[in-house]
Design a protein around this ligand. Structure first.
Ligand code: IMP
Ligand code: MG
Length: 185
């Protein structure tokens, strides 16, 4: 049997760490939006594919009326570095004008993808627009992004699991870890 666990050199955030932190973010969102959400509630936008696992856990920790919608974007760029030019592969089905919107993103690395996405969403006239990123990498020259909720700061290593992939694999790991170097080589 081929196990995905064998390719991981180090676990950074365990299944329990993730569950605990995602619950806290959900509780914070519930408290912060209780007044403004009203009957229409909020719109949580998940950025595919990396953000899908996190989003599905996060929305179940938010207690208020809520819609969830998905966007798929691809960043033009060579290999693992993004260029800041983003192509929309799948747009929202929801009209976000006048709505309170939270973007659930897996990880902010250079921040370029998210910066572009936020400008595009802002142009559609939401009542408010906030970011709930699970991870924020500690990298130099990261784009200046106002991230209202951050799960964890993480080191500048290539990580996988809980939605994050390497070559489309490892998204199904229940924890977040670092890949063994021989996997890239
Ligand atoms: P950014 O535009 O450089 O901030 O990165 C955008 C996207 O690259 C993220 O939303 C992730 O999908 C992906 N990404 C960045 N760093 C990693 C990583 O360490 N592992 C897996 N995917 C990553
Ligand atoms: Mg992503």
């Amino acid at each position: 049997m081929v196990s995905v666990h064998n390719d991981i050199s180090k676990v950074l955030f365990s299944e329990q760490d993730l569950a605990n932190r995602v619950r806290e973010i959900g509780e914070n969102i519930t408290a912060d939006y209780a007044e403004v959400a009203g009957e229409a509630g909020i719109v949580v936008i998940s950025v595919l594919r990396g953000g899908a696992v996190y989003t599905c856990d996060l929305i179940r920790c938010i207690d208020m009326p809520l819609e969830v919608d998905f966007m798929a974007v691809s960043s033009y760029g060579s290999g693992v570095k993004s260029s800041g030019v983003v192509r929309i592969l799948k747009d929202l089905n929801t009209d976000i004008r006048g709505r309170h919107v939270i973007v659930a993103e897996d990880i902010i690395d250079s921040g370029l993808t998210l910066k572009y996405l936020l400008e595009m969403l802002q142009s559609r006239g939401p009542a408010s627009l906030a970011v709930a990123a699970l991870l924020r990498k500690d990298v130099p020259n990261q784009a200046d992004i106002d991230c209202r909720y951050t799960g964890f700061e993480c080191p500048d290593e290539f990580i996988v699991g809980y939605g994050l992939d390497y070559a489309e694999h490892y998204r199904n790991l229940p924890y977040i870890g670092v890949l063994k170097p021989e996997i890239y080589q």
